[in-house]
Ligand binder design. Structure first.
Ligand SMILES: Cc1cc2nc3c(=O)[nH]c(=O)nc-3n(C[C@H](O)[C@H](O)[C@H](O)COP(=O)(O)O)c2cc1C
Length: 209
């Protein structure tokens, strides 16, 4: 019901639209059931081709407009992103009929205090993912999870068991520079573009949908 009310109530006001974006991103990071909890993150492969994958949005910092994702430091995307690369992030909230298309710069962090903190907060099950050996993406003759047989089907018992995964754990931090908003409505779609200017302020303009 809330979403339906929002649909009708979204004011033709760029500040209100941007506030809606911030609110939904903040909620998406916290609520597993939020549509934008699992956006598509696109990077550029070394041959120049676009490469996309679904990722779980772990945190959103409004002040720096930065999204935090977790990944394996050996994953293709981590290699593509490195210390700083263009990234595009796409979310669609079907209930609210809103698409967010973000662009920005991503970087991978493995041994920063922020990565240590995120690792400390992760569950044992989440940490288990980083025990894959060999690395994610390695070709295998048979169907595999990548996990050793003794840990594959169960929850790790303690931190000691998952500690070898820590070097493989990485943050993918995406600092957003532009936000394109699209809202579908029978009464007329709405589309807007927001850009972060050099002084950190966000400038918005309407686009024809
Ligand atoms: C619902 C869902 C959530 C996912 N979340 C993550 C995630 O948070 N981090 C991640 O590295 N991969 C996640 N994946 C797997 C990626 O989509 C992708 O298949 C994998 O990371 C390999 O990507 P790469 O080879 O481009 O690095 C998720 C997949 C699905 C379907």
């Amino acid at each position: 019901m809330m979403e339906a009310a929002n649909l009708l109530d979204l004011a033709d006001d760029l500040d209100a639209v941007l506030a809606d974006v911030w609110q939904r991103l903040g909620r998406a990071a916290k609520d597993r059931r939020a549509a934008m909890h699992t956006p598509v993150v696109a990077t550029i492969a070394h041959d120049g081709a676009p490469s996309q994958r679904v990722m779980v949005l772990r945190a959103f910092d409004r002040a720096t407009a930065t999204l935090r994702f977790h990944t394996d430091s050996r994953a293709a995307k981590a290699d593509q992103v490195g210390a700083g690369s263009p990234v595009s992030i796409l979310g669609y909230d079907a209930g609210a009929k809103r698409q967010f298309r973000l662009t920005g710069t991503a970087r991978v962090e493995t041994d920063t205090p922020a990565a240590d903190h995120a690792w400390a907060e992760a569950t044992l099950f989440a940490k288990r993912c980083y025990l894959a050996d060999p690395a994610p993406g390695t070709v295998s003759d048979v169907a595999v999870s990548g996990l050793a047989a003794d840990i594959e089907g169960r929850k790790p018992e303690d931190e000691k068991e998952v500690a070898p995964g820590r070097p493989n754990f990485a943050l993918l931090m995406a600092e957003v520079h532009t936000i394109e908003f699209l809202h579908l409505a029978h009464t007329g779609h709405r589309r807007a573009m927001f850009r972060k200017s050099a002084d950190g302020a966000w400038q918005g303009q309407w686009l024809v949908p």
